[in-house]
Design a protein. Structure first.
Length: 558
């Protein structure tokens, strides 16, 4: 039946009377059985401010489909809060949640025969989780971003969650009092929405809009604003057009579209996590995207956004001046993105931007001729420590080269304890290992230790390397995603205190300066840690997950 490619198997025919009986109980009437059935995947939960408002947005998205010829069915999937689990063992489940979200959306949508899909995400792993599911299903789909939080205020200055992490370091360094730390804690997060800088959530939302899988402007709207509700209504309406035209995610998620997403991530100074997530999303869409594509594109794309964590301004201020559409226009006018890529509007990127004016100015978003950095801040490093690649975040403020002596930790907790006890000194390269996808398991983010270092005023004097990840809120001289990871016997597993480590972003090299003879001797003594204690979801993840350089995917495509 037209426009009911999947749901007709559930609703049509006398033999489907039992199926219809079940649907009547959840609100279907006779006319609804002739309409396309639209799944609305809500990531609502009260476990995080990023998602606490999404149930309301789901209602608006459902209304957008119901008033345009569809029948919406709202269902939930999970979320976890990176901000709450950060610095704890619970953070091991953060990246795992991406896979659970993708698997659950795929499971419900395929089982119930939805003809189209709207997904709404707030916290970091929601976005790639939703897109992975949409690509796997390949049914007409649109992603809706839950929106960014308004900034908090402290001493008449805007603050956010990263301000609190850095305040911990300032308190440990006796730069602020316990009372001021508590004041910052109480003021930083005033309500719903995703963390307020160009951290992972805002990075991925912007990348997805550039990919063509969100409506124009969806990624740069405040969570509690009227235009966010309108975005939901418009997305519901647009999805019905996609169903009529049979435009599906794989028609939109092309290699050129992913190149647009990478370009925007770089221009915005976005999170290192984008490398991991875009590769995973591309894999689900059967597009070959590698870490080397980030190097290729990064050579010609400048960093333009003066946004936190490395910059000055918060996401709310970027939203106020127009957000992503005028930036896309600026990039298009300078031949930095592909204008002929199809989007969820049913039009090309160029057509979407036809009447958009670039009124951004040059303060928050720099002009192409005067960038913050002339090439990418996301630098893929290789060398004896990372022959399969590592991801550095180099804004330029830290310099391009760091050489120092290793101070080695086998977990984030060990490192954090040493930092707060002031054992980390100027010139150290902090090594945190056994935090990779398999070895962690779960590839935790190291926001707490990097923020503590910043709070102690050592941000320019200390470097970090890890086989884990860094939060989008991290800044400083940091290198993550080291592959092979320590659990797989990568050289990071045999580094000792005081080994000399060199990070050279201009030559894209990460190396430990020890002889081949010494490397061989240490490798002979190394033993892989046992994972026999693992159970449940974390066990399954460790058994299935690919390396970080392949996107830490779990569907056997590595």
């Amino acid at each position: 039946m037209k426009n009911k490619k999947y749901s007709s198997y559930v609703t049509k025919g006398l033999d489907k009377a039992p199926n219809r009986a079940m649907l009547r109980a959840v609100g279907f009437t006779n006319p609804d059985f002739d309409k396309p059935i639209i799944g609305v995947a809500s990531t609502w939960a009260m476990v995080t401010p990023c998602n606490m408002h999404i149930n309301g947005l789901a209602d608006h998205a459902a209304k957008g489909t119901n008033t345009n010829g569809g029948k919406a069915v709202i269902f939930n999937t999970i979320t976890v809060s990176d901000g709450i689990s950060m610095g704890t063992p619970g953070m091991k489940y953060s990246l795992i949640s991406r896979e659970v979200i993708a698997d659950s959306i795929e499971t419900v949508s395929a089982a119930e025969g939805f003809d189209g899909l709207l997904t709404i995400g707030g916290c970091d792993k929601n976005m790639p989780g939703c897109l992975i599911a949409m690509a796997r299903l390949n049914r007409p789909s649109i992603f809706i971003y839950g929106g960014s939080i308004m900034p908090g205020r402290h001493k008449d200055k805007p603050i956010d969650v990263v301000s609190v992490f850095e305040a911990v370091g300032s308190y440990s360094n006796k730069q602020i009092s316990k009372e001021e730390l508590e004041d910052i804690e109480k003021s930083a997060i005033p309500g719903p929405g995703s963390c307020g800088g160009m951290y992972t959530a805002n990075t991925m939302a912007s990348a997805i809009e550039a990919l063509g899988m969100s409506m124009p402007g969806s990624s740069t709207q405040i969570a509690i604003s009227p235009n966010k509700k309108k975005d939901c209504l418009d997305s519901g309406k647009a999805l019905m057009t996609l169903i009529k035209k049979n435009i599906r995610p794989k028609d939109i998620m092309t290699k050129e579209a992913f190149e647009n997403a990478i370009t925007v991530t770089i221009a915005l100074g976005g999170s290192t996590n984008a490398v991991l997530h875009l590769i995973a999303m591309a894999s689900a869409a059967e597009i070959k995207l590698t870490i080397d594509d980030f190097t290729r594109i990064g050579k010609k794309v400048p960093v333009l956004a003066d946004l936190k964590p490395s910059g000055t301004y918060l996401m709310a201020e970027f939203c106020q001046i127009g957000g992503l559409p005028p930036l896309l226009k600026r990039l298009l006018d300078n031949n930095l993105i592909h204008g002929d890529c199809l989007t969820v509007t049913g039009k090309t990127m160029k057509q979407n931007l036809k009447n958009v004016k670039d009124n951004l100015g040059t303060k928050i978003i720099r002009d192409i001729s005067n960038p913050i950095k002339k090439d990418s801040h996301l630098v893929i490093l290789k060398g004896n420590l990372s022959p399969d690649g590592a991801v550095a975040k180099i804004s330029g403020k830290e310099g391009l080269v760091f050489e120092g002596s290793a101070i080695v930790f086998n977990s984030e907790e060990e490192c954090m304890e040493a930092i707060l006890k002031k054992k980390v000194k100027k010139g150290h390269v902090i090594v945190i290992r056994y935090e990779g996808p398999r070895g962690g398991p779960g590839m935790r983010e190291m926001l707490a230790p990097t923020s503590a270092i910043m709070g102690q005023g050592l941000g320019s004097d200390v470097a970090f390397i890890t086989d884990g990840r860094f939060s989008g809120g991290t800044h400083g001289f940091v290198v993550g995603h080291i592959t092979p990871e320590a659990f797989d016997g990568g050289l990071i597993s045999i580094i000792k205190n005081n080994d000399l480590i060199r990070i050279d972003s201009s030559k894209r090299v990460l190396e430990v300066k020890i002889s081949k003879k010494e490397i061989t001797a240490r490798q002979k003594k190394w033993k892989k840690p046992s994972q026999k204690h693992l159970t449940g979801a974390i066990y399954k993840y460790s058994a299935l997950v690919s390396s970080a350089s392949k996107g830490a995917i779990t569907d056997g495509k590595d």
